[in-house]
Write a protein of this length. Sequence first.
Length: 612
Amino acid sequence: MHIEDYGFLSDTETAALVSRDGSMDWLCMPRFDAPACFAKLIGTSDNGFWKIAPQNPPISIRRSYRRDTLVLDTEFETGDGCVRLTDFMPPRNENPCVVRIVQGVRGTVEMEMRLVIRFLYGKIIPWVRRYQQGIVAVAGLDALTLRSDVQTHGEQQSTVARFVVSAGESQSFVLTSYLSYKTPPQAPQSEAALRKTEKFWKRWAAQMRPAIYENQPIRRSLLTLKGLTFAPSGGIVAAATTSLPECLGGERNWDYRFCWLRDATFTLYSLLSAGYTDEATAWCNWLLRAIAGDPAQMQTLYGPAGERLLHEYELSFLSGFEHSQPVRVGNAASEQFQLDVYGEVIDMLYHARQRGLRSDSDVWQLQRHLIQFVVKHWNDPDEGIWEVRGERRHFTHSKVMAWVALDRAIKTCEKHRTKGETKLWRSVRKEIHSEICARSFNKKRDAFTQSFESERLDASTLLIPLVGFLPPNDPRVLSTIKAIEKELMFNGFVMRYDPEKSAAVDGLRPGEGAFLPCSFWLVDCLHLSGRHEEALELFQRLLSIRNDLGLLSEEYDTTQGRLIGNFPQAFSHVALINSATNLISAAGPAMERGVHNCRDTNHTSEPVSPQK
């Protein structure tokens, strides 16, 4: 199976991936970052899966989400008839569960259900015994119970059912997670749970502002973003998976089931622009709780509830997606110093205040502590936006975001009459701006480069006009865009940096796909610089690589023409929403965050004429 062959289910606390052939190959219970009980996605069938499909190979398979929901319908057409498999995760009450309903559409179809439960990412075989209308599987603290409408039996350390479904008939299966020392919970009635789940998602989708968000790609992206939200805390995980490779067969395999601060402002815009004030407020509150404390100890990412300890380790017993090893759990990037996240946090809180979200004096005091840290440490090297595993550098993007932190703090004082050391901040803001323009703009390359005194291009410099550091029509910005188009575009998509020289940047073996948000950033830059038709053409190209369910992963393999990286990826969908909003509305994020902020800022460095 390719990554695009999977559909995404969520109850806004945990998630599952279901392939087009009816196999649930990834499931973590009871939350996004819990050890998987189905890990076939990054291993083999022996690591756990749950498949429901016709016994004979189908002639064709069709699938779709029910409108404005994460309820997935898969129709199998066989020589004997047609059957529909409906998969969903009901909104959480106490115990998370997955419901699968098999309904006969036409004729009579022989079906098979095969359940292989393996706890701890596929390593632990549970003790399975019969319980009421199904089975119970237990290993240590973990326990699952399966209730089914058909008789099951054990077969080679799996649970199997073979049954027949005719037109108008249905059979259901409910898998529920619980703590093994408690009594197995009562499974919900499948049809009632289906109605409740549809109502939940449609009620949420109905809040979208219709003037812009009737656009189906935007709606599906917002629903995906909601599905990646950890409802109890308001945090939003970067993806539902771990170790789906950025290069097939390679080592760039990371755990993305955590919340990155870097996504903060982009995510806030996506939610607020669509009218989701409650979710935006919850996201802000999650962020404030997560970063509370000493600014020097602020992390790049946190657990879904704000956890700090995200120790990274490898699961050597798993073969990896298409033999891409190692398989990793946890993320060592949480221990890195990434200067840019201070800018992202201050930027988000500034725009939240601008949009009318509540902000009290305690929040401003926290921001002042963060700014004090930036004033003292903006000139320190860091690991940067790409979380390099090599030496620290003076990355251009990191310095730009340090400038953003000071710029937004100054604007907060100017527009909201808060108290701060604005004289000092203006002086440091000016110093950072001059330093970047002097040391990051390479006159020989006629472009802003990845780091000070470097000749290497980097797609993160596309954010320079999008955050208001320079106007989109500045000659240095225009020449940087052209240089990136010339050197970092492969088969119509933007790479983060030259993939053949990536080892010199991040210390890992060369090779990766096109990081999709970079291409969306180029859409925004093209649009702001007046190249509207080219921006729309690139945007349509990006839409065309979504899978048949409207989902995007982290990256795209431009050679093989397939999605790669963790899936579905929140940042990719956030970038899609924001680029679509920029193209549709004159008041999109690129205008508000970039152009308008740029007009409000007294830039002190003189433009440099492009090289002839």
